[in-house]
Design a protein around this ligand. Sequence first.
Ligand code: ADP
Ligand code: F6P
Length: 322
Amino acid sequence: MSEVKKIAVLTSGGDSQGMNAAVRAVVRSALYRGLEVYGVQRGFQGLLNQDLRPMDLRSVGDIIQRGGTILQTARCKEFMTPEGQQRGADVLREQGIDGLVVIGGDGSYQGANKLSKLGIKTMGLPGTIDNDIPFTDFTIGFDTAVSIVVDAINKLRDTMTSHERSSIVEVMGRHCGDIALYAGLASGAEAILVPEVPFDLKDISLRMKENFQKGKRHGIVVVAEGVCSGDEVARSITEYSGIEPRVTVLGHIQRGGSPTHNDRILASQLADFAVQRLLEGDSGKGIGIIKGEFVATDIEKVVSTKKSFNLDLYNLALRLAQ
Ligand code: ADP
Ligand code: F6P
């Protein structure tokens, strides 16, 4: 087993709050353990462009509280090809780098898996607001994104209540309804529309009308973008009930701002665990936390498994939304 002496870290795909905290923890954990660390600028694109720089303690100072990623991120088509992946592995070998930590979402994990198959010791850290990576209860950035949505709904509720109106709030989540689910439950939403569970818009519209008639002064529907647009939901509600909801699309605001303490701590712990595993000679793993335990799962298994949806939480939200 070859010893790991020099590692690199990159951020890839959609950014998320807490990526900086993860970069900082990778760099400082590695330096603490006597390793050399390089930062790759702009994800896999930067790897192909050989855009690497040595990282020291000060290079990751004053970033734990910042959104975005100091390493920048990118989407790289060339890296989707076997030739691109081979070149990526070659660049790492030419630079004498023995291990790579990839911080990103499911697409970035696919890339990390390819590099691992080409013999590079690779670790994936789940950096995405969507919480759509399996074998971890939470991804880095999810907690902050949910807080942003909850804060927005709190504000919407004030004006909704004054006007006795309803609001449709469209949130991120192309294939995963977790942001909608957690934010919807935490905000007392009347309905939560997610790609994982079928729903009946006529039923939701008529229930909303009845609730207004019974004295409720606001109605909130949270819809994950992967289901349909907020405008489409609003049109259906108007058609079935005559109610004219206002639509708010939160968009990329959900991906910015200072990470919550939960995301900073999660990022720090997972990154430290990843570095430790690399030093122990482990590779080709996706790092996560399950019921408080840190876990390293074969990245091949991570990318070929769909994250299960928390139906208990969904049903709880339904029971409480009356
Ligand atoms: P995320 O990591 O947020 O899901 P993307 O899906 O855009 O973001 O993926 C980020 C990058 O990961 C892509 O631009 C590409 O370079 C790389 N990637 C995605 N899928 C694959 C794949 N199947 N094989 C190799 N690289 C991939
Ligand atoms: O980071 C994941 C995600 O936020 C998805 O929920 C969303 O659809 C997508 O990224 C949009 O990202 P971009 O605009 O960067 O393509």
